[in-house]
Each structure stands twice: as structure tokens, then as C-alpha cells.
Design a protein around this ligand. Structure first.
Ligand SMILES: NC(=O)C[C@H](N)C(=O)O
Length: 310
């Protein structure tokens, strides 16, 4: 049979878009069919599958692998025009990054969610889902990797973070035209990468503790343009000496990170000890990239080349 309508696969994972409010708090409660009911776009055929039924703040690395595998499985069908992935917004930037890192197919993957539960009088999920379906069949979405459709905006996955805890359009991108270096598909579960936030008075032994607990990578969320206290630099040098790959990004939400400061605790000092500067990606997405790189067998030079290309 010759297909005349575009076909969109909708994969659901939970999140607020699938949630109802209960006396003990909101939680995912809508079955995939209920979530999608009423969102049928004229002239678009939909097929729906529930992958997970979780708040995105409770996802584990194996869940992210499962979601990415489900997207890959849908795209194995040549008749699929694009994939829509409904997901909680809390960690959407991480799942979006993981899929985008390994998504060489030109067909779009559009992620969407909601800020208000499905039983709210002003639920935003249905409009977001409709926008995501429309984006999935739009030829202009092709070749752009993973996109996030929320509150009337459509932003690329790479470089994006949840910038607003309440706005209808919570996601913003640190730089809209970031390049998309791709990685060989791999699972990330089993590869530990920690994030350490740096602040005045931070105990440098946290770095050694992460290494001792089995981290093969650490992402430092440093102050300003990648700076910290000289004692933290010493602890980072120790961890690098133990084979840990360390990436430095910034607590500041916007702007390029360029190693500028020395004095023992600056990004110049961190880089001199072997830490890798992430010029654009912030903590959560830099962490996913490092986890995927290390899980795929990358060494220090590969990680440095990846972040230099971002
Ligand atoms: N707006 C949301 O979806 C938040 C929810 N806690 C989640 O990430 O699953």
C-alpha cells in the first residue's frame, strides 16, 4: 500500500505532560493513548508507544539508554517521517543531548513536555504536543537533529538548558548554531561521570572522593570563565594523574568560556594540568557528552577534540 500521509511515531516517557494532580503531589498517570487523544493533526498518521512512565528527575542512565534505543527502533521503519518524544522538562536537556549526540538520521526527533499537569485548567501539554507533531512533519526540521518544542518555541537540543522553572517556554540555548559533532552509538549506563559545583570554600577532597568512588570523568561547574581555588586545581591534577578525564564548564548560564585567568586557580591553570575546557556546553549536557565519550572508549585526546569542535 502506498502511504499518502506522513507517519509520526509518538514515544511517551512520563513527565508533567503525562501527570495528574493527587493529594500527595502530581505524578505521571496518563496512559500513552490518553496523552495523545485529541492531538491528531489533520493529514498526519500517528502511532504511539509508551517507553517509560516516570518523572524525568528520577531517570537513571539505563532509562536514557532505553529512550534512545526506542527512538532508534522507530527510525528503523522507513515509513516514519519523524519521531515525537514526550518527556519531563527537568532533565529533558540531558535526554535530548544523548539522542542528538548519536542521531545521524536526517529525520527529526522533536521532544516536548509541559509545565502544568494534564488535569490543570490551563494545561499546556496538548498545544505543545500538536506543535511537536507539526514540527516532526515539517521538511524544515530535517537534518537539524533533536529539537525541543515548548510554549511556541522550537530550539535545538545542543547547548540548551531549562532556564525557567515556570514559563511556558522554559528552554533557552547558550548558542543557537552550535556544531553537532556526532558520536558512535553506545550505551552510557555503567560509565560514571560526576558533576562538582565549585564555590567559595568548596572542599577540594570532593574531587578525590569522586575518583575513589569510580568516576572515570568529572565535570567541574566552575565560577566565571572556568576558575576556582588553587587547592581545587591541585586536587584536579591528582585526579587526572589517576586517569580521570576532567572537563571544565561554568556556573554562568550564557557566554563562551575562554581560559583567561592564571594565579594558581584559573582556567589557564586547570588547562595546564590537563583539564579540558567546555566552551559552550554547561554542566548537565557536558556531563552527558563526557559520559557518552568515555562509554564509547574515548581517551583524553578524543574528549579534548570533541569539546574543541563544539
Ligand atoms: N515540567 C516537568 O515535566 C517537570 C517534571 N518534574 C519532570 O521533569 O518530569
Amino acid at each position: 500500500m502506498v502511504r499518502t500521509q506522513p507517519l509520526v511515531s509518538i514515544l511517551t516517557t512520563g513527565g508533567t505532560i503525562a501527570s495528574r494532580r493527587f493529594a500527595d503531589g502530581a505524578r505521571p498517570a496518563l496512559a500513552a493513548e490518553e496523552l495523545v487523544a485529541g492531538s491528531a493533526e489533520a493529514g498526519v498518521e500517528l502511532r504511539t508507544r509508551e517507553v517509560l512512565h516516570l518523572d524525568s528527575s528520577s531517570l537513571l542512565p539505563e532509562d536514557l539508554d532505553a529512550v534512545r534505543s526506542a527512538v532508534v527502533a522507530e527510525l528503523e521503519h522507513p515509513s516514519v517521517t519523524g519521531v515525537v518524544l514526550t518527556h519531563g522538562t527537568d532533565t529533558m536537556e540531558e535526554t535530548a543531548m544523548l539522542i542528538d549526540l548519536m542521531h545521524a538520521d536526517p529525520r527529526p526527533v522533536i521532544m516536548t513536555g509541559a509545565q502544568r499537569p494534564a488535569d490543570s485548567p490551563d494545561a499546556d501539554g496538548p498545544a505543545n504536543l500538536s506543535a511537536a507533531i507539526a514540527a516532526a512533519v515539517d521538511p524544515l526540521s530535517r537534518g537539524r537533529g533533536v529539537l525541543i518544542a515548548m510554549g511556541g518555541t522550537l530550539v535545538p537540543a545542543r547547548g540548551t538548558a531549562k532556564f525557567d522553572s515556570a514559563a511556558d517556554a522554559p528552554f533557552a540555548t547558550v548558542r543557537a548554531d552550535l556544531p553537532r559533532p556526532l558520536l558512535t552509538p553506545t550505551s552510557i549506563a555503567g560509565t560514571r561521570v560526576d558533576i562538582v559545583m565549585l564555590y567559595p570554600g568548596v572542599d577540594p577532597s570532593i574531587i578525590g572522593w569522586c575518583a575513589g568512588a569510580g568516576a572515570s570523568g568529572i565535570v567541574l561547574v566552575a565560577t566565571g570563565s572556568g576558575n576556582t581555588h588553587p587547592r581545587v586545581v591541585d586536587a584536579v591534577a591528582d585526579a587526572i594523574g589517576r586517569g580521570v578525564v576532567v572537563v571544565v564548564c561554568s556556573r554562568v548560564p550564557r557566554g563562551e568560556i575562554v581560559a583567561t585567568y592564571g594565579g594558581g586557580g584559573g582556567a589557564v591553570d586547570l588547562a595546564a594540568r590537563g583539564a579540558i575546557i567546555s566552551p559552550w556546553l554547561r554542566g548537565p549536557q557536558a556531563r552527558i557528552a563526557l559520559q557518552a565519550l568515555l562509554a564509547g572508549g574515548a581517551g583524553h585526546a578524543d574528549v579534548a577534540a570533541f569539546f574543541a569542535a563544539e
